[in-house]
Design a protein. Sequence first.
Length: 209
Amino acid sequence: MAKLQVLDHPLIQHKLSLIRDEKTGSKEFRELVEEVAMLMAYEVTRDFPLQEIEVQTPVAVAKSKVLAGRKVGLVPILRAGLGMVDGMLRLIPAARVGHVGLYRDPETLSPVEYYCKLPSDIAERDLIVIDPMLATGGSASAAITFLKDRGAKNIKLMCLIAAPEGISAVQSNHDDVDIFVAAVDERLNDHGYIIPGLGDAGDRLFGTK
């Protein structure tokens, strides 16, 4: 079973509290989401391999470590996932960014792909799927399936807030995908919203209703 990791760093938790607050406007909300994504990137990339090199300092030669040529891909789920990309790119500027767009079929309630644009070398990259909310888990599970169908092998999922139902759904469908979240909330309500959650992440990011 893939692991679930709750990132409880004090800075993440402090900023997450501000993100939850209904009084936080769109501008500050966007900035906070970007900052939390950047902080979460530290933990999501913790297992990246290193290789030793020699660096000439002003004083002497130092044995140092650099990333071992790992290729990274960021895949936000449209549209709310876009709010987390820039924060990740601050720390991983060489990452390629793909996009997956989904909508829910009103009759079957199943996620349907309406847009997918990915790096051509997706099979060679460590992919981080990004979405602020992991509610039912339907969209995240579908996005991961779409990536696997296109050859992706190494995938992680990163979300701000998750419901237990969403975590269970992703783990059931993709037991090889590690999940990183800043908080696990109580439950889903009858409309599929996370309780207490933060509302509709896309609307709050982009100032829409």
